[in-house]
Design a binder for this molecule. Structure first.
Ligand code: ARG
Length: 192
């Protein structure tokens, strides 16, 4: 089962999405490639607002874990991460605001914003199903094309790249899907 952003599946179906795991270079043919059996989009996901921006992709076959491929743990539903906790986010998206591309996976460390700054009064359209992260000085962060990717703290999937303002802009966060809050929703589709 692969976790992604619901908006990454907008207009897609099980034939148009493929999953590749175990590569850090899109121009290589490293890794394992998979077809999709089922796309599960959160029932309350709304495309324009990006609320509940989460989907699961069920693969037709099991992934083989190795030194480049493993599963990720999910945070508990009620965990609270302190503001400014540092996490890592990775992606194949644009490398700057000028839409320059790369085929290499890139990762950056960004800081979680506290709920006192990351809320709908302060940042229009932010809901409780979202968390914000970025760097106070800007310079690095998520960019278009990174969506659906992870925001990881302590080896747990705390966020999913969802939307944002610019790329690594000063005082502007990237907004990630709040995975702890949607943990129960994910669990119902995982068979133990
Ligand atoms: N929604 C975008 C995507 O589909 C990326 C989200 C991050 N955007 C940002 N400006 N920080 O890839």
């Amino acid at each position: 089962m692969v976790v992604t952003a619901a908006h990454c599946t907008d207009g897609q179906n099980t034939n148009t999405i493929k999953v590749v795991v175990g590569t850090v270079d899109l121009s290589s043919d490293d890794g394992q490639r998979f077809d999709i059996k089922r796309i599960i989009v959160h029932q309350e996901y709304v495309a324009p607002s990006k609320n509940y921006d989460i989907a699961l992709l069920q693969l037709t076959e099991a992934v083989e874990f190795n030194e480049n491929v493993r599963s990720i743990a999910l945070p508990d539903e009620h965990v609270f991460y302190l503001p400014n906790t540092i996490g890592t986010t990775c992606g194949f998206g644009y490398i700057n605001e000028y839409k320059q591309r790369t085929t290499q996976l890139r990762c950056v460390r960004v800081q979680l914003w506290g709920p006192e700054y990351c809320n709908g009064d302060n940042i229009p359209r932010v809901t409780k199903n979202m968390i914000c992260a970025g760097l106070p000085s800007g310079q690095q962060g998520s960019c278009p094309g990174d969506s659906g990717g992870p925001f990881v703290i302590d080896n747990k999937l705390v966020g999913i790249v969802s939307w944002g303002f610019g790329c690594g802009a000063v005082h502007r966060p990237t907004v990630y899907t709040n995975v702890p809050r949607l943990r129960k929703w994910i669990d119902q589709y995982l068979t133990i």
